[in-house]
Design a binder for this molecule. Structure first.
Ligand SMILES: Cc1cc2nc3c(=O)[nH]c(=O)nc-3n(C[C@H](O)[C@H](O)[C@H](O)COP(=O)(O)OP(=O)(O)OC[C@H]3O[C@@H](n4cnc5c(N)ncnc54)[C@H](O)[C@@H]3O)c2cc1C
Length: 479
């Protein structure tokens, strides 16, 4: 087979008809005895945008990504859409979503746990982030393609977060950003004329671990939250931590956050607060992404392992209802629950990644789920009696086949990080901003999202704060 004439390949990527097709393994970058202008720690949306922005400002940049090449890109790999300000229709969003409306939405969901001045600054910057990402190779879904839900507030990534990550890595490397994989930024020191970092290169085996020193004029930390550190989660979530499913990367283990706190950075948010949704208990412990989320709760009943209902399943039927259920499941006995539907509920719930447990009769289902059969029968009978009076708004659960999904709390991100100013400089405990130390992404999310969530905010915040941090970190190398 001959290669198409419009196919071009270099060391990092193959491009065909303007699209990145594949990225072969990058050459193993030796990070020993290296000096750069800007060191970026973390290779997901925030770190990539910071690296590209700094490089475009003329700085030499090294991006250290803790994950191996195949798993690069953190939680950004799992994202689908991001929220942007726009005053009128654009290629990727219909209608308008203005700055004041975005800020008001943030104020509402955070119930005041939000630095409003910083929020407005970042929201305003979101107006130009979609074209900036597109200029840097990220493909966005056309609003007229009609394959995704109508969304006035969010733009959809063509090919999802993984395609975004691949495109940004290809652009970064084309611009001359040096990328090191399996590279953990493990220690950071700052002084008046620059910074030093210790980077641990992780090999396949423990004895292949190498520590190297790196000098940089400025550092951008973009290492995500601490949701993948199960021991840290145990400190704040207690025994429930043992049942938490981490929906994203196992590499966002909070070591970058601990590093900053150790340097005297001001903490912000609550280490015991996290965005949690209901996920299928049979999914993987890490990196299950969006496909293990269970969204059919309003079509059935949710019981704990004693067979009792946990809350009103129909009190919230918005598309985001599943985010109410993560904390409820975490608080249930054994930190597990079961969604039970009948034939009608099964049809409405739609397909799931893993098929439900099914049975023709309730005692058999109870046995399969290891739920107390007598209590479950009583719960279902009481629910059906009430539902019959409320029909058709509430339907009983009785027509076989009966189906069930075991549910665990699925943690998306923690709400704990470091305080930053408008230039994304890390604010220290004495209130001063560190001139050479910047942070972006989930690490700074708690500045504007002390509680709640808005769909598409994670990627927007990562991209916008990363871009600002990269530009400011490059600027600070010249002062
Ligand atoms: C299942 C799922 C679906 C989501 N869907 C959406 C969505 O549709 N829209 C949206 O806006 N948001 C979504 N989010 C949230 C969004 O993915 C994140 O908010 C965003 O990706 C955060 O980017 P980040 O760069 O700050 O950090 P992360 O994506 O968390 O990545 C952190 C990076 O830092 C690296 N790292 C960690 N420690 C070190 C270290 N010491 N040294 C070097 N590197 C290190 C990690 O390897 C990783 O690459 C979703 C999240 C999940 C889990």
């Amino acid at each position: 087979m001959t290669a198409p004439s419009d196919l071009s390949c270099d060391r990092t990527a193959c491009v065909c008809r303007g699209r990145v097709l594949m990225i072969p393994r990058a050459e193993d970058f030796p990070v020993d005895d290296v000096a750069v202008d800007v060191l970026v720690a973390g290779g997901a949306a925030a770190g990539l945008c910071a690296a590209i922005a700094a490089r475009r400002r003329g700085a030499s940049v090294l991006l250290a990504e803790r994950a191996p090449l195949a798993l690069r890109g953190g939680n950004t790999r799992h994202a689908r859409n991001f929220r942007i300000v726009h005053d009128g229709p654009a290629d990727w969003v219909p209608d308008a979503y203005r700055e004041d409306e975005f800020v008001a939405d943030l104020e509402r969901v955070t119930e005041g746990e939000c630095d409003l001045a910083l929020a407005r600054h970042l929201v305003r910057a979101s107006a130009s982030i979609a074209p900036w990402l597109a200029d840097n190779g990220v493909a966005l879904q056309s609003r007229d393609a009609g394959v995704l839900p109508y969304s006035r507030r969010t733009a959809f990534l063509f090919g999802g977060g993984k395609a975004m990550v691949n495109a940004l890595y290809a652009t970064a490397e084309r611009l001359g950003v040096r990328v090191a994989y399996d590279a953990e930024v493990a220690a950071v020191r700052t002084h008046d004329d620059g910074c030093e970092a210790e980077i641990v290169r992780h090999g396949a085996r423990e004895r292949e671990r190498v520590r190297v020193r790196l000098r940089a004029k400025t550092i951008v930390m973009a290492t995500g939250g601490h949701q993948a550190d199960l021991d840290w989660l145990r400190e704040d979530f207690g025994e429930a931590a043992g049942r938490l499913v981490i929906r994203g990367t196992p590499y966002a283990d909070g070591r970058g956050l601990r590093l900053l706190l150790g340097l005297g950075a001001q903490a912000i948010g609550d280490p015991g607060s996290a965005h949690m949704v209901a996920v299928d208990a049979r999914g993987p412990r890490f990196d299950g992404g969006i496909v293990t989320r269970i969204t059919g709760i309003p079509y059935g009943i949710v019981v704990d392992r004693t067979g009792r209902r946990i809350a009103d399943e129909r009190a919230d039927t918005r598309r985001t209802h599943y985010a109410q259920w993560g904390p409820r499941i975490a608080a249930a006995p054994g930190h597990i629950a079961y969604l039970i539907v009948d034939r009608d509920g099964l049809r409405r719930a739609g397909p799931t990644a893993l098929p439900p447990v099914t049975a023709q009769a309730l005692p058999d289902l109870a046995r399969r789920l290891e739920v107390d059969a007598a209590a479950l029968a009583d719960t279902v009978e009481r629910f059906n009696t009430a539902a019959l009076a409320l029909q058709p708004a509430t339907r009983p659960v009785r027509e076989p086949p009966l189906a069930a999904w075991p549910l665990l709390p699925g943690l998306t991100f923690t709400r704990y990080g470091v305080r930053v100013d408008g230039a994304m400089r890390v604010v220290m405990r004495d209130g001063t901003a560190a001139p050479r130390l910047f942070a972006a992404g989930t690490l700074v999310q708690a500045n504007i999202l002390g509680r709640g969530y808005l769909a598409g905010l994670g990627v927007t915040l990562a991209a916008v704060s990363g871009r600002i941090a990269g530009e400011e970190a490059a600027r600070a190398t010249t002062v």
